[in-house]
Ligand binder design. Structure first.
Ligand code: 6GU
Length: 229
């Protein structure tokens, strides 16, 4: 069982996401727990201040050390360091990928701190284990990135996908793109379903699907095959 802890200034962004069907089911089954914390709750003074103007001048506001530092300390107070991960989501991080998702799925607790793009005090970086980004583009904050991380990790947990789904992904996906799929009708205004899929010959269908997955990968994402025969 994995526990995600999300620290954000915009907790409401997560309410719809957390109710999504597979994620809701996984939470009910006790495969995953997700806690969303409002950074504002650790704000300073009667206005619960979390940011301030930058030293040296300039526009915009900078997230302050204290609310983040105290929030991290409180959220992680009972954690044993080895099985837990504290992550800052920022465009300056290493690019997130499937391998990273697999690594994270082995932790007991994962804290995702959603940075704001305008910035946070540089010293905050020293409070976390690593920084992650979900790609080379700029978002206003780490919230969408946090959802990407949660969704990609939780579907790897044993019991989340059905046995059938998991087997299909392992045997075919194995680093390849998905083979082409079709459903009714057989003929859509002249665009036809490949005849092999209607043949009823399962061995032939399996072979065709694997070939198609390889072909598609070579054509669309040859980078996925780097270092393979
Ligand atoms: Cl994690 N945060 C922001 N603000 N922008 C991003 C990102 C994260 N990953 C890609 N772009």
């Amino acid at each position: 069982m994995i526990k995600f802890h999300i620290l954000t200034l915009f907790p409401d962004l997560f309410s719809g996401f957390l109710k999504e069907s597979i994620l809701a089911r996984a939470q009910k089954q006790g495969l995953i727990e997700i806690y969303v914390y409002n950074l504002r709750d650790w704000g300073i003074g009667k206005h619960n201040q979390v940011d301030d103007s930058p030293y040296g001048g300039g526009t915009g506001m900078v997230i302050m050390m204290e609310p983040i530092d105290v929030a991290i300390k409180e959220i992680t107070k009972d954690w044993m360091p080895k099985k837990n991960r504290k992550i800052l989501l920022t465009p300056q991080g290493k690019i997130y990928n499937q391998k990273k998702a697999e690594d994270l799925s082995k932790y007991e607790n994962v804290l995702l701190i959603c940075g704001r793009y305008e910035g946070f005090d540089e010293r905050i970086r020293a409070l976390v284990d690593e920084e992650l980004s979900i790609g080379n583009y700029i978002l206003n904050g780490g919230e969408v990135a946090a959802m990407a991380v949660v969704e990609s990790v939780f579907r790897l947990l044993p019991g989340v996908l059905t046995k059938e789904e998991a087997t299909r992904i392992e045997t075919f996906h194995d680093g390849l793109l998905e083979y082409p799929q079709y459903t009714r009708p057989e003929d859509y205004y002249g665009k036809k379903v490949p005849p092999v899929l209607l043949s009823g010959n399962h061995a032939k269908i399996e072979k065709w699907r694997h070939e198609q997955a390889v072909k598609k990968t070579i054509e669309k994402r040859p980078d996925l095959l780097d270092g393979r025969d």
